[in-house]
Design a protein around this ligand. Structure first.
Ligand SMILES: NC(=O)NC(NC(N)=O)C(=O)[O-]
Ligand SMILES: [Zn+2]
Ligand SMILES: [Zn+2]
Length: 512
């Protein structure tokens, strides 16, 4: 009897410890066996792969509910109504956020990350850290101002190589439509086959030498290729009307006055471009020769005639959509200080009544989605000292503040949490073809922002801003409400209380 027991005992011990090991949940395992590295350890500030988050305000496509979201291996596996009903067994980790809002992470489809080639302007590392800190879980990168621009499969490859191990959130890529690839469909097809989510073009000079503008004829060529791939064309919709661009040549104007710059880019430029575009989008209707193609107007500023043209085209059944940006909703030309070139962008920020109408259009659903158009440069090119609006680089620096800005300025117009989530997550996901993103729903990626809408903060020098050049942002010095607490990307806690996860585990998103 005794010899047999001695032989079986070691085996039994091993068996029992295996059972105990696998029975215990991740959290306990991590605590009990700190030397065992869980996969993806450094990607997350949490050791768990299976956990619950609960809150009294979870924004879902079915409304705001009080309950819990179960996350397993990066995905949302259940959404349970009834606060504190989560976590069937005690071993499961539950993060209780109380009345902080749990919302789908923001998807910012218009971001200039500028890498490779202009990492002194922004970059994958700084840009995506700023995104994570702002509750933005996916960004779609613009094909300029990186150098070279993303206009072929070869230049997309350079983007992908540059992004490796540097992205803290998921990143998709827009390609560029330029005369060269519009007139040579094999280059354009190569770029689309390599995985860009769609392409972007300018109807006026872009300010970047290797990103020349396209005419409406180039755009038509491009759309016939895009129709096959069912991917969108994004257009910077301004056409330079020379007759109205006389001010720049006039010596008597004051280049430090914002109104000088404003009058060089009137709403008629936007209207002229959109008029040409809606002349083409009629063919995108079902049964039309360009069925499958889609035109998206980026950064709309003019809320009058230009918006009316888009509304008409939509009501005819054209495949067209439009975005606007936080700066057009937060600021108005009247309040831009003399020489403060942080506010320079194109199309320009217009007057207060334009802003009011833009908010109206956002809340009535005529504007499909919001994006930052985060487009920084180096402080020297912003000419902050000289304050010359005509010569300064145009572009707003804002990525990290998407959520608090639109919430802070939108509250007085009555914007709701559900509307924010539609405009910043659900609609952008559909637009960019991101199937498993954009909503807190079973099966989706666990891309989540946790934030406190009532919490106010001041964007002062002590505030942790992760943009490469915080001083370029026109939001610095403002008091905002809506503080981002935690950000999850595919279940990884990538940002918490001002701190990022040690490793950059964002994933490049390529269209198939
Ligand atoms: N080259 C740019 O980044 N341009 C950007 N500049 C702005 N918006 O002022 C843009 O999106 O047009
Ligand atoms: Zn643009
Ligand atoms: Zn842009």
């Amino acid at each position: 009897m005794e010899p047999l027991l001695w032989r079986v005992l070691p085996l039994l011990t091993i068996l029992v410890s295996f059972i105990v090991f696998f029975y215990l949940q991740d959290s306990y395992r991590a605590q009990l066996f700190p030397l065992i590295k869980l996969p993806g350890d450094k990607c997350s500030l949490l050791p768990h792969r299976h956990f619950w988050i609960s809150s009294k305000r979870i924004v879902t496509p079915k409304g705001i509910l009080s309950g819990s979201v179960e996350i397993k291996e990066g995905k949302i596996v259940s959404v349970v109504e009834g606060y504190s009903k989560q976590g069937k067994s005690v071993q499961q980790e539950v993060i209780d956020y109380g009345d902080a809002v749990v919302m789908p992470g923001l998807i910012d489809v218009h971001v200039h990350l500028d890498e490779p080639g202009r990492t002194d302007w922004e970059g994958f590392d700084t840009g995506t850290r700023a995104a994570a800190a702002g509750g933005i879980t996916t960004v779609v990168d613009m094909p300029l101002n990186n150098h070279p621009t993303t206009v072929s499969k070869e230049t997309l490859k350079l983007k992908l190589e540059a992004a490796e191990n540097k992205i803290y959130v998921d990143v998709g890529f827009w390609g560029g439509l330029v005369p060269e690839n519009a007139l040579n469909t094999s280059i354009l097809e190569g770029l689309l086959s390599a995985g860009v989510l769609g392409v972007k073009s300018f109807m006026c000079p872009s300010g970047i030498d290797d990103f020349p503008m396209t005419t409406i004829d180039h755009i038509k060529e491009g759309l016939s290729v895009l129709a096959k791939y069912r991917r969108p064309l994004l257009v910077h919709s301004e056409i330079q009307l020379d007759s109205e661009n006389h001010l720049e040549l006039n010596d008597n104007v004051d280049p430090q006055a914002y109104l000088t710059y404003l009058s060089t880019r009137p709403p008629s430029w936007e209207e002229a471009a959109i008029k040409e575009l809606v002349g083409v989008t009629k063919d995108t209707r079902i049964g039309g020769p360009l069925e499958g193609a889609h035109v998206h107007i980026v950064h709309l500023s003019d809320s009058s005639a230009s918006l009316d043209l888009i509304k008409e085209a939509k009501s005819r059944g054209d495949s067209i959509s439009v975005e606007t940006c936080p700066h057009y909703l937060a600021f108005s030309s009247e309040e831009i200080p003399n020489g403060d070139t942080r506010f320079k962008c194109s199309p320009p920020i217009r007057d207060a009544s334009n802003k009011e109408k833009l908010w109206e259009a956002v809340l009535e659903g005529h504007i499909d989605l919001l994006s930052s158009d985060h487009s920084p440069t180096v402080p020297e090119l912003k000419l902050l000292e000289e304050g010359d609006f005509l010569r300064a680089w145009g572009g707003i620096s804002s990525l990290q503040f998407d959520l608090p800005v639109t919430w802070s300025y939108g509250k007085k117009y009555g914007v709701t949490l559900e509307q924010l989530s539609l405009l910043w997550s659900q609609k952008p996901a559909t637009f960019a073809g991101l199937e498993s993103k954009g909503a807190i729903a079973v099966g989706n990626h666990a891309d989540i922002v946790v934030w406190q809408p009532e919490l106010e903060f001041e964007l002062n020098d002590d505030y942790p801003v992760f943009l490469k050049h915080p001083s370029l942002s026109a939001y610095m010095g403002r008091r905002l409400s809506g503080k981002v607490l935690d950000t999850f990307v595919r279940g990884n806690l990538v940002f918490k209380d001002g701190k990022h996860a040690p490793a950059a585990c964002g994933v490049p998103i390529l269209a198939k």
